[in-house]
Design a protein around this ligand. Structure first.
Ligand code: SF4
Length: 396
């Protein structure tokens, strides 16, 4: 999410016709986006800010750290400390003085935040405390932003939020937004991130299934395969409900690609709970799993628990899970060989004759064909080499 926020800042700067400097010394201002997901990341950011503060004209610090360690950031040399959402205002003020005259094209793929914050309060997570409750951005602002990006060359949009399913603006729902975004001319692909199993309803899945330019890709974090642990994490669903969502998605959207997040070594996780997680991973066969070992985090409820597993055991479980999923990921990729899919070109690869593309299910696919970013092709997946899928262009 933080990477996406940084990319959004980048886009905001481009839209205000601001260009990147080669060095700190040349820059009119430097923006540092901070993350609070781990204490270690916070301390490193503070140290780094201190070390560069006397080399820059104006230092702006945004992100979660700005929310709860403002005083320390100011002492470290930050001139402006703001939460990310207030950045639009700062940028428009600064840009009046330092604007470049050049109109900067936007990237072929861009992320657009649609909802801020989260009010689910999962026991291990500090996001609701740092980012606050759910606030949905007005549809007008979102659609204007997307139209502006498309006008500058963007062809793929990812709608972002901690939980996009909770988007709601004065009776206008996430499905309404999906439909309106899908109608924007010249916008070729749309995806969204992240969904929550308890909030993902059939209308979202049905809209995905019916709308050609919405990618056949969904990231649905399961976190654990143990109902006992899901309950203690306050996730708000059971494995039974999760399975039902997967069945509905797979029945509605043929060849859909499904990814998930899993955390192992949670406080109170017994060997049996961990084995349930391994078992659901084998059963569902996700295309990809983003896997983490629990790390005690100040500010989250789980940090207060006495039954935190020792680090060696957390690492052992993570290693076993990674090994299990690695094989499944490769099998799922191999299953795509022979399949025909539409891809959109992103950029030229390092090897001159190859181009990076994104398939209709969000899979990265390499093709050998002269192309421009944004071109659409129909390809047949021909081979899996070193973990990368290659496609032969059939038409386009
Ligand atoms: S839904 Fe996601 S962002 Fe919200 S509290 Fe749970 S883990 Fe954190």
């Amino acid at each position: 999410m933080n990477f996406a926020d940084s990319r959004h800042v980048d886009e905001l700067l481009s839209r205000n016709d601001l260009t990147k400097s080669e060095s700190f010394e040349d820059a009119d201002f430097v923006i540092v986006n901070t993350c609070s997901v781990r204490k270690h990341a916070e301390d490193r950011a503070l140290g780094w800010i201190k070390s560069v503060s006397n080399r820059v004209k104006k230092l702006i610090v945004i992100g979660c750290l700005a929310r709860h360690r403002e005083e320390e950031l100011r002492k470290a040399g930050a001139d402006i400390v703001k939460y990310q959402f207030e950045l639009d205002d700062i940028i428009s003020k600064i840009s009046n003085n330092v604007k470049s005259t050049e109109k900067i094209p936007s990237k072929i793929a861009a992320e657009v935040p649609i909802v801020r914050g989260c009010d689910r309060f999962c026991s291990y997570c500090i996001v609701p405390y740092l980012r606050g409750p759910v606030i949905s951005i007005s549809p007008d602002d979102i659609l204007n932003e997307i139209n502006d990006l498309v006008g500058r060359g963007t062809r793929i949009i990812q709608l972002l939020g901690q939980n996009v399913c909770r988007y709601e603006y004065k009776g206008y729902s996430f499905v309404d937004l999906l439909r309106d975004v899908a109608e924007i001319e010249e916008l070729k692909k749309i995806s969204f991130l992240t969904t929550h199993p308890a909030d993902l309803d059939d209308s979202i899945i049905d809209t995905m299934a019916k709308t050609d330019n919405i990618m056949k890709y969904i990231h649905l974090p399961i976190q654990s395969g143990s109902d006992r642990l899901l309950k203690s994490m306050f996730r708000g669903y059971t494995t039974e409900l999760y399975r039902k969502k997967i069945i509905k998605i797979r029945d509605s959207i043929p060849d859909v690609r499904i990814t998930t997040d899993i955390m192992v070594g949670l406080p109170g996780e017994e060997e049996g709970d961990f084995l349930s997680t391994l078992s659901i991973v084998k059963e569902i066969r996700f295309d990809e799993v983003y896997m983490f070992a629990f790390s005690p985090r100040e500010g989250s409820l789980d940090n207060l628990r006495k039954d935190i597993l020792y680090e060696g055991e957390r690492k052992r479980r993570l290693k076993l899970l990674i090994e299990e999923q690695r094989n499944i990921t490769m099998e799922k990729k191999r299953d795509k060989i022979g399949r025909t899919m539409e891809v959109i070109v992103i950029k030229r690869a390092k090897t001159e004759e190859l181009f990076f593309t994104i398939g209709e299910d969000g899979s990265p696919v390499l093709i050998e064909k002269q192309a421009e970013p944004g071109d659409l092709f129909s390809v047949r997946i021909s081979v899996l080499k070193g973990g990368s899928l290659f496609g032969e262009v059939i038409s386009g």
